[in-house]
Design a binder for this molecule. Structure first.
Ligand SMILES: [Fe+2]
Length: 318
């Protein structure tokens, strides 16, 4: 495929303290060359046969392709970040910054600090929306890499020297300040609104247990930490426990096959949380059986390994 050039998004003559000469040189020389490099690499990749080409050659080209593609995309975002007055952050955007950073000032200070830290080096600072968590995060990356997987950058400052030396010499912080004075917040907000329409990664769905109340491991941990009364049943199958070394601290193991033998030990006034190895079947089925018997039972999603994955306390399983 051929990548197509994007016209310059901002109007260089309207910028405050950044000259058209700098933008022209940056757009033509650096953005343009990234796009041309990207097309040349793409052509090379399309022409080779991955079955007969050495893995090193394919690997090098794919790395170069990723760098050139990121450079192309980030430069387009950079030029689309400029052209406003930098001051008035529109309501939706301001609310999002307050939600995720505490205040717009705090966001601004962090963003500026990250940009200044790249003075004399090379890289990008991005304000990125992460659909998985529905939140914004500032990120700094050396060169053209290290973008957050699945993240959608909505504002970018280019911290390569070529982005400022014509106007600012080595004075990177003056450039950062000028960039901040020229942010096009209306455009940033438009991209934010587009980004929030991107669905988060699909969560695990267990259709057969859709109606069974579940708790996350974080919720169970919070319950234990707060000293709330709760009965935690480790219902890992017997055959599994013969090789198990540890058990969640605060849980008792009960054989899910012999529920009738131990159900009488449980109190009906305190909630019950059950879990199995990964949280797919046995824990859910045990919770269903307990609910049928009138207990306030839920299963812990993700099971034993999710508990360990959050660093939850375990003890030796005897
Ligand atoms: Fe650049």
């Amino acid at each position: 495929m051929q990548y197509h050039l994007a016209p310059l998004f901002c109007r260089p003559w309207t910028l405050n303290g950044i000259t058209p000469r700098l933008i022209e040189s940056h757009y033509e020389g650096n953005y343009g060359s990234a796009l041309r490099r990207l097309n040349a690499i793409t052509e090379e990749l399309e022409a080779l046969d991955p079955a007969t080409t050495s893995a090193e050659v394919v690997n090098r080209l794919k790395r170069d392709e990723a760098a050139a593609l990121n450079s192309t995309l980030l430069h387009e975002l950079y030029f689309a970040s400029l052209g406003g007055d930098g001051r008035a952050v529109p309501e939706t955007m301001a609310e999002a910054l307050v939600r995720d950073f505490g205040s717009t000032d705090r966001w601004r200070q962090e963003f500026i600090a990250l940009a200044n830290a790249l003075a004399g080096g090379s890289g990008w600072v991005l304000l990125t929306y992460v659909p998985r968590d529905g939140r914004l995060i500032n990120q700094s990356g050396a060169d053209h890499g290290q973008n957050i997987a699945g993240g959608i950058p909505i504002l970018a400052i280019d911290m390569y020297e070529h982005a400022y030396h014509i106007d600012f010499g080595a004075n990177a912080s003056a450039y950062v300040a000028a960039f901040m004075r020229n942010i096009d917040w209306a455009a940033v907000q438009g991209r934010y609104e587009d980004a929030t329409r991107v669905a988060p990664p699909r969560p695990l769905e267990q259709k057969q247990f859709a109606g069974v109340p579940a708790m996350t491991v974080e919720e169970v941990k919070a319950m234990l930490d707060s000293g709330e009364r709760v009965q935690i049943i480790d219902a890992r199958p017997r055959h599994y426990t013969t090789r198990a070394q540890d058990i969640m601290d605060g849980a008792v193991w009960r054989d899910p096959e012999r529920l009738d033998e131990w159900i009488g030990e449980l109190s009906k006034t305190d909630p019950v949380v059950t879990y199995c190895v990964y949280g797919f079947h046995v824990g859910c089925e045990t919770a269903i059986a307990l609910r049928k018997a009138g207990f306030d039972a839920r299963y812990m999603a993700g099971g034993h390994y999710a508990w360990k994955a959050i660093g939850g306390k375990v003890r030796l399983f005897e």
